[in-house]
Design a binder for this molecule. Structure first.
Ligand code: UT7
Length: 350
């Protein structure tokens, strides 16, 4: 028994913010961002638009491409690090937006590494006979914690320029602000009797000692709860140690792929595509060099989307499907590292 990708879909919110736009509200510039990250622009969710809205839109497209109805799903596994509400997680909200009112839903909190874990879970549920058709969704609306207030000014639609304090505040959070973008991707997975197709192996890891490398400092449910002072000090905005994460990614991702190849007795050169999380183009360049992979096997979409966290891999998968780059009997390696720290890789035969 195996599994197949039955359909894929993506949804991007309308607002596009260029690097030059960001330079209007903080000390940064297009040249720096392009050179250090590969990002040219990104999309941002609108006021009131949450991960569940973006996720539901991507899910509808994935279902349409699979020629299935929401009622055909018997499980939803949703990932986001920017949930609409602190709790409950948005998986059931996505399902409700699809008209599903009793289908089991699971919220996964592995941030940028989510897809690898979601694939492992979907595979396990299918192998255990618990599900036949599973919707996997990754959706992010980082816009809510971006360090500026006037979106009109940012996007050149009027508004007013930030004063010195607002400019300094945004600059303090620029590492985060230049990197992330919003969007959603969804994949419908189906069980098949053909056991040559499906998950060949998974290599996942977690290490909570690194949680402060990227986290939201205010404790939320830890006492004291949200105080006015915390908000004043921007403790609700994530803090990221970019260089530390960079070093972790460029060492742990190649090590995971090598371990996966070893476990599954797969030769690196037999893998057709490496669908990697897109945190920074230089990270993927370093992973490519470490594994000596040809550039065409490691597709990138960071230039137009930025780092879309848990949505990245399903969005990229949908783009590859649209470009006709997915076909039967391919070996695809997924790899990702994200807040937690969680990281790993998975191998799928299509
Ligand atoms: O997916 C979630 C996990 N996140 C990641 O994996 C993030 C991984 N890390 C990164 O992508 C990079 O570390 C960043 C893009 C966040 C930062 O790039 P970096 O090459 O590590 O820059 P840096 O922080 O070491 O700063 C280098 C220089 C500094 O100037 P000096 O001290 O050399 O004069 C910074 O002040 O670049 C300056 N700088 C900037 N300049 C213009 C830092 N950020 C910016 C900026 N615009 N946005």
């Amino acid at each position: 028994m195996g599994l197949v990708i039955a359909g894929t879909g993506r949804h991007l919110p309308e607002t596009v913010v260029t690097n030059d736009d960001l330079g209007r509200v903080m000390d940064t510039n297009d040249e720096w961002i392009r050179q250090r990250t590969g990002i040219h622009e990104r999309h941002f969710a609108a006021d009131g638009e949450g991960a569940s809205d973006l996720g539901a839109a991507a899910a509808r497209r994935a279902l349409a491409s699979a020629r299935l109805a929401p009622e055909d799903l018997d499980y939803v596994i949703m990932a986001t690090m920017t949930p609409d509400h602190h709790f409950p997680g948005p998986a059931a909200m996505v399902a409700a937006k699809l008209g599903l009112h009793s289908t089991p839903c699971l919220d996964v909190r592995q941030q940028c590494a989510s897809f690898v874990y979601q694939l492992q879970l979907a595979h396990a549920l299918m192998m255990a006979g618990q599900a036949r058709t599973i919707l996997v969704v990754g959706a992010e609306a980082h816009a809510g914690f971006m360090p500026w207030n006037d979106w009109d000014y940012l996007t050149g639609k009027g508004g007013s320029a930030p004063d010195e304090a607002a400019f300094a505040r945004a600059t303090e959070h620029r590492g985060l602000a230049i990197l992330f973008g919003d969007g959603a991707g969804a994949v419908v997975l189906r069980r098949t009797d053909d056991d040559r197709r499906g998950v060949v192996g998974v290599d996942v890891h977690s290490d909570g000692r690194h949680f402060e490398e990227i986290h939201i400092p205010s404790g939320f449910t830890r006492r004291p709860y949200q105080t006015a002072e915390m908000v004043q000090n921007d403790l609700h905005i994530p803090r990221m140690k970019g260089r530390e994460l960079f070093k972790l990614a460029v060492t742990r991702l190649p090590a995971s792929v090598r371990a996966l190849c070893h476990k599954t007795q797969t030769r690196l050169e037999d893998i057709d595509l490496f669908v990697a999380h897109q945190a920074n183009d230089r990270i993927n360049g370093a992973v490519r060099n470490a594994l000596e992979l040809p550039a065409e096997k490691v597709p990138s979409n960071i230039a137009k989307l930025g780092n879309t966290s848990s949505a990245t891999i399903p969005i990229l998968l949908d783009e590859l499907a649209e470009q006709g780059r997915l076909g039967p009997d391919q070996l695809i390696c997924f790899l990702a590292l994200g807040a937690g720290l969680h990281w790993g890789s998975a191998l799928l035969r299509t």
